[in-house]
Write a protein that binds this ligand. Sequence first.
Ligand code: GP9
Ligand code: MN
Length: 615
Amino acid sequence: MKERFASSKYFVLLFTVGLLWIKTYALYRMEFSIEMNSLLEQFNLLINPLATLLLIVGTAFLFTSKRRRGWLLFVSIAYTLVLYANVLYFRAFSDFITIPVLLMTNNAADLGSSFFALLHIYDVLFFADVAVIAWLLYKKKVNVSFVFKKPDLRKYYAIVASVFIFNLALAEMQMPWLLTKTFDREIMVKNLGTVNYHVHDAFMSSKTLMQRAFANGSELDEITNYVNANDVDPSEDMQGMIEGKNVVYISMESMHRFVINKKVNGEEVTPFLNDLIQDSLYFSNFYSQVGQGKTSDSEFLVENSLYPLPRGSAFVTHADNQFRAVPEIVGEHGYHSAVFHANDATFWNRNIVYDSLGYDEFFDIESYDVNENNQVGWGLKDVDFVEQTVPYLKEMQQPFYTKLITLTNHFPFELDPQDQLIDPLETSSETVNNYFPTVRYTDKAIETFIQKMKDADLYENTVFILYGDHYGIPEFNYNGLEDLRGEEITPFDHVKLQRVPLIIHIPGYTDNRTIDNVTGQIDLKPTLLNMMGIANDDLSFGHDIFSDENQPLTILRDGSFITDEVLYTKGVCYDAESGEEIEASHCEPYSKKVEQELSYSDKIIYGDLLRFKDE
Ligand code: GP9
Ligand code: MN
């Protein structure tokens, strides 16, 4: 009798957890079309609701037995409603709810009358388990009389914590950067579960909301003064040079500058780009200035001429800020703007940020035919991507301002054998070995794109700006680069490895040349606007790279900086040319400015200061 009582006392707890657990897993599989790449991922998806459910259902036993039934039912309903709200949101936007999204009333308005269309008759099944729980509690009067005594409670929490840590460890094993790069909501939900995802999101949102709440317009005056004092007159030669022409940016995934004009095993890595450079303005000292937000940071720099954030991605944390980005500005001059990127629209929060930046259209993975024959690594192969993009451009209202974001040359650099136009290298790093064939493949994709643009009669009237978004070889694979170079990679070399190609190709332009000045992604906005004949009256930290007055100083997100003469990183001042250590006094004149500029830019973003601009 005693034994039966003991075994039944956990019954209601475990039964409730079990039912809600099964339901969550069923929803993951049936509603949230979550991508599964390995058995381990499947296992993690299965176990990820467990710790949370044990924790929240377990709270019922902190209450007196009188309240316990009500609380158990309440928890089950609340949990179900959170899941169900996500289901409805996912049906509408293929995305999970975030706090900023909840606070964005226009999103709710978008849903509007279509709300009822999102409801399915079988949705009543979502609540079937809650009905069973209610029946057990109130009709069957199942036993809820036991109390957690202190030692039991400790054991219980220890079990919950162990399950959670086990889950987290599995997740970190697959995604080592999961907690620092919390940009992909599907990955968060897949690995940590819906509730933990929401807890994390709420924490992040409140943190940034506070900073915004305490901001006021007065800080903007100081920053405006700083920017004006450092402003340079844009180049008159280049002013309006491409007025009225279409603009196509190509963001080349993980494209280091060192692949340009490089041969491996006797073969060029980028034969097409090498030729293109002969007919283009080519910048050989152009730096990627990204932080943790990687590709999204490069986009942020290029569109806003603001620095990316020191932690996380501004695309994710400050998507709703007031910006004054290039798509919005050129839109006021009759341009139609669009982004092409064959990845999930929610990746890096693009579906939300692109609206804030003023983009008219976003052609995401849904706009592309992706099948098992044309994808590799992260998704649609670059050649197929550009081939499917040109017809959209052909239909587009002109002049257009567009951006294509390539994907195949992404870590870990996977490629099908038939796409390997050069052999992998043989260094001690698999990553470095595979990097060169995928770069070679992207080079071919860009060649295909330019050819298709010619075939579509779009080439002559379009300006092409190609840039690398950021480095491709992570530091932990530098051993392969060291094999290749036959020398150690120093902190000085590490900074130089942040250089990416910048190619401005203007069909018919005759003054093509290579420009060695130190420049960075932050400079593209003022440079392009001047070339388009549009005055840049906004807060931009970059400068027109063609201006005679320009005094090169390129600042990286970690506080490193580069001028024509010096390179500073990790507390050491170097001669920018030779890489020799020089006296700190050579770098000191810039240090204060660097710090000031980064902190001003952060203030603008954290305080959402541009919203005060017109006041
Ligand atoms: C994903 C692509 C890659 O859509 O932009 O992002 P990354 O990992 O390079 O930041
Ligand atoms: Mn990238």
